[in-house]
Write a protein that binds this ligand. Structure first.
Ligand SMILES: NC(=O)c1ccc[n+]([C@@H]2O[C@H](COP(=O)([O-])OP(=O)(O)OC[C@H]3O[C@@H](n4cnc5c(N)ncnc54)[C@H](O)[C@@H]3O)[C@@H](O)[C@H]2O)c1
Length: 370
């Protein structure tokens, strides 16, 4: 029995005084632990388990590849390197020459997708063109990759008879819904072409489960951050972008007054969700979408404060870098906060890193790597 989950349950009990809930978390997670343990005991099964990660050269995909390989799965990565980087994969290719295969290919090409899923047990579909501004600038390209590419992957996975198809959904699907916290079945109208594509993914996954009996699980990621998220390029996400600016003693520019808020989610919580989605044996947990978040909201003003504080431990001059403000950005939702109750109840999800703890890890990583 893992002491980590016992202490999580205990902390939960201290916070909520709901012993039955805390007990459930301990029990569920011990089942998960034992499921992981059984898998590692049964090495023959595990070694023959093959997982496809599309978009494996990107931020989230490369972290998933790394985690899976470290846990003795065989991994195939399908990527066209449009935003992903070979540097994210080179250490893995070197360390796991037998267990890791890279297929350079495009999800817009059905033949590439079919080749990638050959002999695969589970799929983590991460490949997509992210970024709301990119989708506003080029909706056709975003549509081709995120919708046609997604459909190709569903078809390839269906035809190969994969056991389950996990895919990267998005908090952008909540669109103009004002309700907080966001619960999975209350969504608004999409505010960008990107959000449309991510919602269409959910609709297609649902139809494939109903029509072809496929098992799918969608994970609506909320502003994920952590090691290997790209700080460069026109569409860099806010945390790596601001870290890079602050490290160069340049002023980060906040869009708007800085009071917009996000449920920033550390990468290791996202990995945990993906693994839980893959191993769950709870029939009610399958063919669902889940918020994948920590369940806490941080404003952009707070975020920049934390970044300055953490980075100035490495370089005290960063404490004096000024923050600037610009206009609000088209397609941005003002506030985003997830309810993680559904994931907690059906998957036994207990996020390990809150925003600040995750930020400490991320800042240390950037300091050493850029
Ligand atoms: N990072 C976040 O905060 C966040 C939030 C919500 C949803 N998501 C979703 O999570 C997934 C991963 O995001 P990320 O942040 O790691 O992005 P990323 O850009 O780092 O990774 C995406 C990967 O997909 C690859 N790719 C793009 N088009 C492709 C194509 N046509 N064929 C094959 N590969 C292709 C890219 O080269 C890249 O390696 C995406 O589906 C994204 O929409 C991310």
């Amino acid at each position: 029995m893992s002491s980590k989950y016992i202490s999580t349950g205990w902390n939960l009990f201290k916070q909520t005084h709901k012993w039955s809930f805390a007990q459930k978390i301990i029990k569920d997670n011990c089942e998960i632990c034992s499921s992981f343990r059984n898998r590692s005991i049964n090495k023959i099964n595990k070694i023959s388990m093959k997982i496809l990660v599309t978009g494996g050269a990107g931020f989230i995909g490369s972290n998933l590849c790394e985690h899976l390989l470290a846990h003795e799965y065989h991994v195939v990565c399908l990527d066209n390197f449009s935003t992903g980087k070979i540097e994210n994969l080179l250490p893995l290719l070197n360390q796991y020459p037998q267990a890791f295969r890279l297929q350079v290919g495009d999800i817009r090409n059905l033949t590439d997708c079919k080749k990638a899923v050959e002999g695969v047990d589970y799929v983590f579909h991460e490949a997509a063109l992210g970024s709301v501004p990119r989708s506003i600038k080029d909706p056709v390209l975003t549509n081709e990759v995120n919708i046609s590419g997604f459909l190709n992957m569903l078809i390839a996975a269906r035809d190969a008879g994969v056991k389950r198809f996990m895919y990267a959904a998005s908090s952008s699907t909540y669109g103009d819904s004002k309700s907080l916290p966001k619960v999975e079945d209350v969504i608004g109208k999409p505010l960008s072409p990107y959000a449309v594509t991510k919602y269409v993914n959910e609709l297609y996954a649902d139809v494939f489960s109903r029509t072809y009996g496929m098992e799918t699980i969608g994970l609506r990621y909320f502003n994920v951050f952590g090691r290997r998220q790209d700080p460069f390029g026109a569409y860099a996400a806010v945390i790596p972008l601001f870290v890079k600016k602050l490290m160069a003693h340049e002023s980060p520019i906040i869009n708007g007054d800085g009071e917009y808020s996000r449920d920033f989610t550390y990468i290791d919580n996202v990995i945990q969700m993906n693994m839980l989605a893959m191993v769950t044996t709870n029939p009610d947990a399958v063919n669902q979408v889940y918020n994948t978040a920590y369940g806490e909201r941080t404003t952009l003003n707070q975020l920049t404060g934390y970044l300055k504080e953490l980075l100035s431990e490495f370089d005290p001059a960063i404490a004096n870098v000024e923050i600037q403000h610009g206009p609000n950005r088209l397609g941005d939702i003002p506030h985003s906060l997830a309810s993680i109750d559904k994931a907690r109840t059906l998957l036994g999800y207990v996020p390990e890193y809150n925003m600040y703890e995750g930020l400490k890890e991320a800042v240390r990583w950037y300091w050493n790597h850029i």
